[in-house]
Design a protein around this ligand. Structure first.
Ligand code: HEC
Length: 508
């Protein structure tokens, strides 16, 4: 793992770095920070004493930018381009996308991001002063004005300076106060959630900071799992079964619906026939390919080109109910967890063939791959161990014991923390126990050790982490609600009522 933990400067209890897409996860998450509708939707501040600066306030000097220019040429230009325009692998640092990635965060967040993860091949080698100087140069190139004072290197000062894409209007422009606790901090980002309610056949959109229902739209019968392409502002929802759960349904679905999350509308429906019962979804944003595990053809993985909205190919995995799916783009592999067979299926996405079955004696449930492609974590259907797969070898390299079956997963955007739901509390009279609270547990990926565990509500089916890594949204499906969890405290800070049986959930 390239996460340079030792270079982290933790000033407060709040994991500042968790805010920052660090090292390996970034391909997904930094570019994945949504393009947000901007300040108009922010609530006006009630008090004008909350005065923060923005990058428009002349926060560096021309001399400092000159010093930074020399350092940039030595340490950054070969990847990001001499004019900041980006290179073969490194993104531009002067694009609209770059600015929208950082919009709403502080200059300190950006400085920390550079300091701990750049230069990518020698992270942590720059001092804070050097980083501040380089940042001054980057800001000058991005069109932010110079001023009379140098950009400080102290975090306290830089935290009060907001990264603002557009120049604020002179009149009537009010800052949203940034509070650092819990969902409140989402306010500045306009954080939202979309939840697919399986039994109600609807998708609901909520404001994360207030819990307010923004919109409720109808979907085809029984929406199931969801994934989001934050960069494109599009979510995909699978229509798996029209009339029941995976082991009881009669008519399968054969669609994936496409949702514009800014407009909060279904914009199209991808017909995947002759394939059917698409269940788990995984997205490779880089290639624009969406993968779905399907029950057609004796169990298969299909590949959907999201630009053309067409199925491009399929690979038979030969299991009746391939359940959830994860992809490791760097290795061109997909993995399906299979509840009712004794193995995990591995698909070679380049050669489009089944590569291997990894034994998993008690069946598997959720599955997730770390953004750096180092691990695939697999939940357990009937056993209580978390399975850790090394995707370079396609073997279970470690099993981690819990007292309940680890069910489904979410990762922090940088891939450093895994969050596990435990919803399988056993059966009573032949029925799944739904009247006892389930759990969410944090798990440290670098050391593969379980951390804080909390009660979350009834039947936590699915979960997602917000782009700023501070908040998790957990379906508490049997409650017909979602729980908003402050991950810095591992505490439920809000419960939001949804329609019946919330299942897929995404945050943006
Ligand atoms: C060896 C190549 C390389 C060098 C040298 C390098 N970078 Fe990067 N940088 C990358 C890559 C690749 C990414 C995207 C993936 C990642 O962040 O890990 C990136 C991402 C970034 C980002 C995040 C962009 C965003 O939109 O969020 C910033 C900021 C950044 N680099 C700044 C710098 C600065 C400043 C320097 C010089 C001190 C530097 N980089 C040197 C390769 C490099």
């Amino acid at each position: 793992m390239a996460t340079p933990a030792s270079t982290r400067v933790m000033k407060t209890k709040i994991a500042i770095l968790a805010l920052i897409p660090a090292a390996a996860g970034v391909v997904f998450c930094s570019s994945a920070r949504a393009k947000r509708p901007v300040p108009s939707q922010q609530a006006p501040a009630t008090s004008s004493t909350e005065s923060t600066q923005s990058v428009w306030d002349g926060i560096y000097t021309p001399e400092q930018a000159n010093r930074g220019e020399t350092l940039y040429a030595q340490r950054c230009a070969r990847c990001h381009g001499p004019d900041l325009g980006g290179g073969e692998i490194a993104p531009a640092l002067n694009s609209a996308e770059f600015k929208s990635n950082w919009y709403g965060l502080s200059v300190d967040d950006l400085l920390e991001r550079i300091k701990v993860s750049m230069p990518q091949d020698d992270p942590g080698s720059l001092s804070r002063q050097q980083t501040a100087d380089i940042l001054a140069f980057v800001l000058s190139k991005d069109g932010f004005p110079a001023g009379k004072t140098e950009l400080a290197r102290e975090a306290e000062v830089l935290k009060a300076i907001r990264f603002e894409e557009k120049k604020p209007q002179a009149a009537g422009d009010v800052e949203t106060p940034r509070s650092l606790d819990g969902a409140e901090s989402q306010a500045g980002h306009g954080g939202r959630i979309a939840v697919a309610n399986e039994h109600a056949s609807s998708v609901q959109f909520f404001d994360l900071a207030t819990g307010e229902l923004l919109k409720d739209i109808s979907t085809l019968k029984r929406p199931h799992e969801m994934v989001i392409d934050r960069e494109a502002g599009v979510a995909y929802v699978s229509i798996a079964y029209k009339d029941g759960p995976w082991d009881q349904y009669e008519s399968p679905g054969n669609q994936i619906q496409v949702i514009d999350v800014e407009k909060m509308e279904i914009t199209s429906t991808i017909d995947i026939s002759p394939h059917w019962a698409p269940h788990g979804l995984a997205l490779d944003q880089k290639t624009g390919l969406l993968y779905a595990s399907c029950e057609s053809n004796g169990g298969e993985v299909i590949v959907v080109d999201i630009k053309k909205m067409k199925v491009m190919g399929s690979v038979r995995v030969g299991v009746p109910h391939p359940h959830s799916i994860a992809v490791v783009p760097s290795l061109n592999k997909a993995y399906t967890a299979n509840k009712d067979v004794q193995h995990i299926s591995v698909v070679d996405l380049k050669q489009m063939k089944l590569l291997k079955d990894i034994p998993a004696a008690t069946g598997t449930d959720g599955i997730i791959a770390t953004p750096d492609g180092k691990y695939v974590f697999v939940g357990n259907f009937n056993g209580t161990q978390l399975l850790v797969v090394d995707p370079t070898r396609d073997e279970v390299i470690k099993t981690i014991p819990f007292d309940l079956p680890p069910s489904t997963f979410a990762l922090s955007p940088d891939g450093s923390k895994l969050y596990i739901t435990f919803h399988d509390l056993g059966t009573r009279d032949g029925k799944q126990v739904l009247d006892q609270p389930g759990f969410v547990q944090e798990f440290d990926v670098a050391t593969l050790t379980p951390e804080a565990k909390m009660e979350v509500g009834h039947f936590p089916l699915n979960m997602t982490v917000t782009p700023d890594a501070k908040t998790a949204i957990v379906d508490t499906t049997a409650d017909g609600a979602i729980a908003v969890v402050d991950l810095t405290q591992m505490k439920v800070i809000r419960r939001i009522k949804t329609d019946e049986w919330p299942h897929g959930v995404v945050a943006f």
